[in-house]
Design a protein around this ligand. Structure first.
Ligand code: SF4
Length: 432
């Protein structure tokens, strides 16, 4: 008999959360490898097309499929009480999961996706509810939190933890042989308007603030056949917006992105592509910009972080200002609206003294594109995260919170002043 497996994307406990094409892609990919070998049920607390959410007007998606999550205000945590912002639980109400468990159980296994280290309270809540309803179900955790904070995750009471990207121990634990050519299990959703693809894993750079080298290792291209099959599946399910979760989508593009997009054009597939994980502007050529636009890319997010040469060198030299300027020229010449191009800059980095953040914001604005301040989260095991031990207790993942850390480092007023400045600069673009 096939085992019955419950897949869960937990609720988020945080000051802020927004559905920026967020899908539990690791979880769905693992389930995809086991397609037809187990009976699956999915409970995604962050599914904004769930009937309970779909009725609420203020939670409607924007034209690219993004939007607000359902949330409830909850008391702030003692250790973050100096952060003057409301703390919330984002995701479907707890009672809905409790009802779901009663109706759909029992389960042999429960697979829980983890993402941000400081979201572990949502994982703990899910474990507690499963244990109460079906104590015999084996609970398995995988994802970033488990990989970056293993000893903390061990205390949550799961039966089995999967660190990093080696899934062999999981197949042995489940006693199922996977089919690694299968696409992610997107059909587990009743309704879907946003999908995710990944053409590669890892990154050739080693930026001192980033978790990718630690979690995914060196860059490795995936086979394009599987990605094309996945794209086909997403289209059959009615998906209109697809976000690439690659961390280095444009690296070795001749081997990966070019053939993929050429096939998209050949098959006349019409979807909107997005790149929420920053693209490296260094690799954008005139040809590539034209191909991306032609194949359906609608929004472009580029990683800049800082214009300071000293800061760039210290953190990994992934990009220079000239390369960003050149990429923006190629993209706009290819027909991209400048306001659909966004450059990320880190807010709250511990070396802000050499970052020239305000100058960076003005530089981006001078290119006619939008800026976005990406709040810094100190990640344990990275050089910059370890440096932050002088500011916070890095062994408590709640202190990795990206709303909290910039406020702890810079203060509430200075953080707000910089955010207001960014809003003002972006508004100036729409006026001109
Ligand atoms: S280039 Fe991007 S993904 Fe790669 S290490 Fe640097 S920040 Fe991380």
């Amino acid at each position: 008999m096939k085992p019955k497996i419950l897949l869960i994307n937990p609720p988020i406990y945080d000051f802020a959360a927004y559905d920026f094409w967020l899908k539990p892609y690791g979880l769905l990919s693992v389930a995809g490898f086991l397609r037809d070998k187990a009976n699956f049920k999915l409970f995604d607390y962050l599914d904004r097309l769930a009937p309970f959410i779909a009725k609420q007007k203020e939670l409607q998606s924007d034209r690219w499929g993004r939007g607000r999550f359902y949330c409830e205000k909850i008391p702030n945590l003692a250790c973050l009480e100096q952060i003057p912002r409301y703390f919330r639980r984002f995701g479907l109400p707890r009672r809905m999961f409790e009802n779901f468990l009663t109706k759909q159980g029992p389960f042999d296994f429960a697979l829980i996706q983890t993402t941000m280290t400081y979201w572990y309270q949502g994982v703990a809540e899910v474990i507690e509810d499963i244990r109460k309803a079906w104590p015999k179900a084996k609970i398995i955790l995988g994802g970033n939190y488990v990989t970056l904070c293993r000893s903390h995750a061990q205390k949550l009471g799961a039966d089995f933890l999967i660190e990093g990207t080696n899934l062999q121990p999981l197949w042995e634990y489940l006693n199922i042989k996977p089919d690694m050519q299968q696409p992610a299990l997107w059909e587990a959703y009743e309704k879907l308007n946003v999908g995710v693809l990944k053409l590669s894993d890892g990154c050739p750079f080693n930026c001192t603030y980033c978790s990718v080298p630690k979690v995914y290792g060196k860059f490795k291209a995936r086979g394009s056949e599987r990605s094309l099959a996945e794209l086909q599946l997403l289209c059959e399910l009615g998906v209109k917006n697809i976000a690439f979760y690659d961390d280095a989508l444009l690296f070795e593009a001749k081997k990966t992105l070019y053939p993929f997009l050429e096939e998209v054009l050949k098959r006349n597939i019409k979807v909107n592509f997005h790149s929420p994980n920053a693209l490296n502007a260094r690799f954008i050529t005139k040809d590539l910009a034209e191909l991306m636009v032609k194949a359906g890319f609608k929004t472009f997010y580029l990683g800049l972080e800082s214009i300071s040469l000293q800061w760039q060198k210290r953190t990994g030299s992934k990009i220079s200002c000239d390369e960003l300027t050149q990429a923006v020229e190629y993209l706009t010449a290819a027909g991209v609206e400048p306001t659909n191009i966004t450059a990320y800059q880190i807010l709250g980095h511990p070396h802000i003294d050499i970052q020239q953040l305000e100058e960076s914001m003005h530089f981006v604005n001078g290119l006619g594109i939008r800026g976005m301040l990406a709040d810094f989260s100190p990640i344990p095991g990275t050089p910059d995260g370890e440096y932050c031990r002088k500011y916070v207790d890095m062994d408590e993942p709640l202190f990795h919170n990206k709303t909290a850390f910039p406020i702890i480092l810079l203060g509430f007023d200075e953080t707000n002043r910089l955010k207001d400045l960014q809003r003002k600069l972006n508004r100036s673009l729409t006026k001109t």
